[in-house]
Design a protein around this ligand. Structure first.
Ligand SMILES: [Zn+2]
Length: 111
């Protein structure tokens, strides 16, 4: 058993929940096209919110998939930018963190 088995199970659980949420959001977006134009005016505002959420959710999905890939390839816990150790404490707080604290601070906003 991999030493990251517990993390892998946790990340896969998070990923499954996120994908379920994305499916629901996409279903809501599709429904909007069936309404008449008056209702659509209201729906547009809701869609903007849903799209923003969708993007955030998809970003998180990418992070989780990246972390699962790193566990599979044995590079989990290694910073994707500098190659140093991410650190147990940071991984405990953010299991899907791709970079160490230093690199994450330097690339603020892009993580
Ligand atoms: Zn780093």
């Amino acid at each position: 058993m991999s030493k990251h088995e517990a993390v892998r199970v946790q990340l896969e659980g998070q990923l499954a929940r996120l994908l379920e949420r994305v499916g629901k959001i996409e279903g809501d977006l599709r429904k909007a096209y069936d309404r008449d134009w008056q209702e659509q005016a209201i729906e547009v505002e809701n869609d903007e919110v849903l799209k923003g959420l969708d993007e955030m959710t998809l970003g998180e999905v990418r992070r989780l998939r990246g972390a699962l890939r790193r566990i599979a390839t044995g590079t989990y816990g290694t910073c994707a930018t500098c190659g140093g150790a991410i650190g147990e404490e940071r991984l405990a707080a953010i299991p899907s963190a791709p970079t160490c604290v230093t690199c994450s601070t330097e690339r603020r906003g892009s993580e």
